[in-house]
Design a protein around this ligand. Structure first.
Ligand code: KMT
Ligand code: NI
Length: 178
């Protein structure tokens, strides 16, 4: 079963560690934030789901020391980017092909980080306008499909007053009746 819990916010411990505060979060709560999790063992089923939701693009991302030419500085700087609180202008699907990691979703109700531990076959739908971040875990490797609605909008919009006031953020908050 996928593990979902409130992050302990302990920055003294490496961000790849579990950071489990001991407070579990259930999937039904995630759904109220328009975040959807599912375990899907057939990759074709993910593409079918994406087609039904009018997705037109995808790519594969490989994050490990090997994929960064064994250059740990390169890997760390990419991870730093993923771990910075950000949002996207479009809904996005993430499907884990191999390895594992953590998606942290900023709960708009409590302002706490909700941590989702993802591994092979886990699929997450992340709505446009929700603040989130990603990191590897101590296994230090993940391969994931990233599926996009339109042209790939890789751009992460880093948490800022401008992002807070953006249309996509406001629409997200309205969509969950906040
Ligand atoms: C995101 O949106 O933060 C990411 O795509 C992280 C990498 S996917 C494993
Ligand atoms: Ni992102």
């Amino acid at each position: 079963m996928v593990e979902v819990y409130v992050h302990d916010n302990d920055d003294a411990i490496d961000f790849r560690e579990r950071h489990d505060s001991g407070v579990p979060v259930n999937l039904a709560y995630l759904n109220t934030l328009n975040v959807f999790y599912s375990k899907i063992t057939e990759e074709t089923a993910v593409h079918e789901l994406a087609l039904r939701r009018n997705y037109k693009n995808h790519d594969t991302v490989d994050i490990s020391l090997e994929s960064f030419d064994n250059d740990s500085n390169k890997l760390e700087s990419k991870l730093k980017e993923f771990y910075e609180e950000h949002l996207h202008e479009d809904e996005e699907i993430r499907y884990i092909l191999d390895g594992s990691g953590f998606f942290d979703i900023r709960d708009p109700n409590s302002d706490k980080w909700i941590r989702i531990k993802v591994a092979t076959y886990d699929m997450l739908i992340i709505p446009a306008g929700i603040y989130h971040r990603f990191t590897l875990d101590t296994n230090n490797q993940i391969k994931a499909l990233r599926l996009f609605k339109d042209e790939p909008k890789w751009d992460a919009i880093v948490k800022s007053t401008k992002a807070d006031n953006s249309i996509v953020r406001k629409q997200y908050l309205i969509s969950m009746n906040y």
